[in-house]
Design a protein around this ligand. Structure first.
Ligand SMILES: [Mn+2]
Length: 298
């Protein structure tokens, strides 16, 4: 449906600050432009709709953030007749009427693949995203694995201060490069590569203890945790990676199936092969590990 571009109209974008969120937005931007307001954050910052207030005829495009985790706000926007388009591959929760949603939780899907299908133009950025989301086995572009991993790595941190680049800045650099092949030649890529190598050197001596890998609550560890977790997932899991937050753990889980549901049992969330729990009291670790160990035996 055509609509008049009234002065009161604005398009908002809410997108995850990881590789998949960025690569989804790069494709959208190259196809349709990115005019409007963009809201993003560190990868764990999922409830992005809390930072948005839609007015009058404002529209919203959401990429790679869980509809379930934004359910209240999304419902409120939909009920106020705002046009909402939602692209994602995480658990979506109860259906909301009036939202145009493209959500596919199949293990081999990432949001960038969904966006690629929607636009109808094959994009190398979708392959970058597959690698970024630890789904490299579904890509036939191994030459883009490092970039995917690095864009994903950049999204991890407690706050934006932990990150090498603000995700929105990184989005701009990617768009400027137009293709991943060109981006790989830039200084931005070099900086990510160096930062990653330094952080990985720190993770070198961490061994599994009582079934989990525990990292200290330091910025290098907060940045490296996701990629470290993806790499562990090359062997049978589920794997548990924790950042020690004193009386709580920030938990990442990786495995072959049912991981989002498993994390949900402990107040977290995620998708088929990857999930997390933001703040698990240490007293609940035995219960979590019981579930994990049961799945390891399968
Ligand atoms: Mn994703």
């Amino acid at each position: 449906m055509l609509r008049n571009r009234l002065a009161s109209f604005m398009r908002w974008f809410a997108y995850n600050g990881d590789a998949d969120g960025i690569c989804s937005m790069v494709q959208w931007g190259l196809a349709y432009g990115l005019e409007g307001k963009r809201v993003t954050g560190v990868k764990r910052d999922i409830q992005l709709l809390d930072k948005i207030s839609l007015e009058r005829d404002d529209e919203l495009v959401a990429m790679d953030i869980s509809l379930e985790r934004n359910h209240g706000k999304a419902k409120q926007f939909a009920e106020s007749n705002h046009k909402i388009i939602w692209f994602d591959h995480h658990l979506s929760g109860e259906e909301i009427k009036g939202i145009e949603s493209y959500i596919d939780t199949s293990a081999e899907m990432c949001t960038s693949k969904i966006v690629e299908n929607y636009i109808g133009v094959k994009s190398a950025w979708a392959h970058v995203a597959l690698h970024g989301d630890g789904l490299g086995q579904y890509s036939d572009r191994p030459d883009l694995a490092e970039l995917g991993e690095l864009l994903n790595y950049n999204g991890y941190g407690e706050s934006l201060d932990d990150l090498h680049y603000h995700p929105d800045k990184l989005l701009q650099y990617c768009i400027d490069s137009v293709t991943p092949e060109e981006f790989i030649k830039t200084k931005v890529f070099e900086k990510l590569k160096l930062g990653f190598a330094n952080d990985m050197a720190n993770v070198g001596d961490i061994k599994q203890k009582d079934g989990m890998y525990v990292l200290p609550d330091l910025s290098w560890a907060r940045r490296i945790v996701g990629v470290f977790a993806h790499r562990l997932n090359e062997s049978p899991g589920p794997h548990v990676i924790a950042i020690d937050k004193g009386d709580k753990f920030q938990i990442s889980v990786r495995g072959s199936s049912g991981i989002g549901e498993l994390c949900k049992m402990f107040g977290g969330g995620g998708r088929e092969t990857a999930g997390g729990i933001d703040a698990l009291p240490k007293g609940e670790v035995p219960a979590l590990m019981k579930e994990i160990v049961a799945r390891r035996d399968n």
